[in-house]
Design a protein around this ligand. Sequence first.
Ligand code: ZN
Length: 262
Amino acid sequence: MRTELVSEPGDRTRPNEDFASVALPASGQGGALVVLDGVTPPAGGTGCLHSVPWFTARLGGALTELTVSLPDVPLTEALSLALSRTSESHAHTCDLSHPRTPQATVVVARWSARTLEYLVLSDSALLLESGDGTVTAVLDDRLSRLPRSSLASAALVDSTLRNKEDGFFTAAADPSVARRAVTGSLPRSSVRALTALTDGATRWVEKFHEGDWTDCFAFVRKEGAGALVARVRELEAADAEGRVFLGRSKTHDDATVVYAEL
Ligand SMILES: [Zn+2]
């Protein structure tokens, strides 16, 4: 087992709103990773006294704990329980029905000696590499199917489309959103390595077209997770005026990459 985790804020004067963890239980052959990308609220109220990093730390911490402590509970249920726990921690002080209540994209992967399970909600990505080197991208593509998708990212889309039918779904206060996630299970033997990325890092593929998902996976394994984020920052700096890549609304975004070789 080898893992690497890199998370860089988009702006060093602002807190990183991504969350990432890797859990490797001491017994057995299991493990898990969790990656969240907190949605930056637009100016104006959120109904919540807390910050986005407060929310992602609560949700990510609960999700990590429940994913490994309840190995027989499906990931959708673990996410639902983690959302309930997070909501309970501030329901008495905050209006959780507010459309801009803190929310996040979610990637979870959990492996045992026999299986690898995954869950993806909104626009973070999970890449799975098989033994023969084939890379499969697990994506929740609801967001990219929205009108004006070239201008869309989960962090920026109008809140009127968020968590609505015909819109897209992020993990906010309602535990039932977990059933909207893209989920699956594979034999552990069919996965050699995996990489989870927030959309600040998937820009390497999706905005700057440096390569496809297979190229991205190879880059992370060979050059390292930090090198991928550094390359994205270079590309962003070279295009700081955003003339070429009009789809990018923030020059830099929080970028997280977690790599695990099973
Ligand atoms: Zn709150």
